[in-house]
Write a protein that binds this ligand. Structure first.
Ligand SMILES: Nc1ncnc2c1ncn2[C@@H]1O[C@H](COP(=O)(O)OP(=O)(O)O)[C@@H](O)[C@H]1O
Ligand SMILES: [Mg+2]
Length: 162
């Protein structure tokens, strides 16, 4: 298990970490986003969508559960980004109705899941976890830990660590 840890001092910095992280993602990847409400998970996804030149306004899927965005990857190919927020899901059964399975197994897309634990057994193997912790000392500071079970981390992100 490879792990990297970063400190963000602002919303913009978390956005920029998301944008840099996007560079190392591959189509088909599933990213679990961990952290309390207001940690910055959605802000991180906004940064990812920025990298993929998504033109739509990226907003929290708290009420819609699942948002879909279309972008362009570094090779100029179309890429789909799903941003799923399971906070309001009461039972994994509800996921069947919203097409969670189709979304998770879509090989042309990158999938982000907030509150992944709510999916229970319906969550397939994940490729990355991004864990955002609100610093107890500073309201605007976040500790972001990125884990990848297989691949060696790309340390280009580490340039921003202070
Ligand atoms: N360093 C930071 N990184 C991300 N968000 C921050 C940071 N500092 C303050 N914030 C604020 O925290 C909130 C994060 O919201 P959001 O991304 O929707 O969180 P989540 O999706 O985890 O519930 C925003 O209001 C943002 O302005
Ligand atoms: Mg969110």
């Amino acid at each position: 298990m490879e792990t990297d840890c970063y400190h963000s001092h602002s919303e913009d910095e978390t956005h920029s970490f998301g944008k840099q992280f996007a560079e190392i993602l591959a189509k088909g990847d599933i990213v679990a986003l961990l952290g309390d409400l207001g940690a910055g998970k959605t802000e991180f996804v906004k940064g990812v969508c920025d990298y993929f030149q998504v033109e739509d306004i990226v907003s929290s899927p708290t009420f819609t559960i699942m948002n879909q965005y279309f972008g362009t990857d570094s090779e100029g190919e179309e890429i789909t980004i799903y941003h799923v927020d399971l906070y309001r899901i009461d039972s994994p059964k509800e996921l069947i109705e919203i097409g969670f399975d189709d979304c998770m197994f879509s090989q042309d897309a990158i999938k982000f899941v907030e509150w992944p634990e709510k999916a229970g057994d319906m969550l397939p193997d994940i490729h990355w976890t991004v864990d955002i912790i609100i610093s107890p000392e500073n309201d605007n500071e976040r500790i972001i830990t990125i884990r990848h079970p297989n691949k060696v981390m790309d340390h280009s992100l580490a340039e921003n660590v202070e």
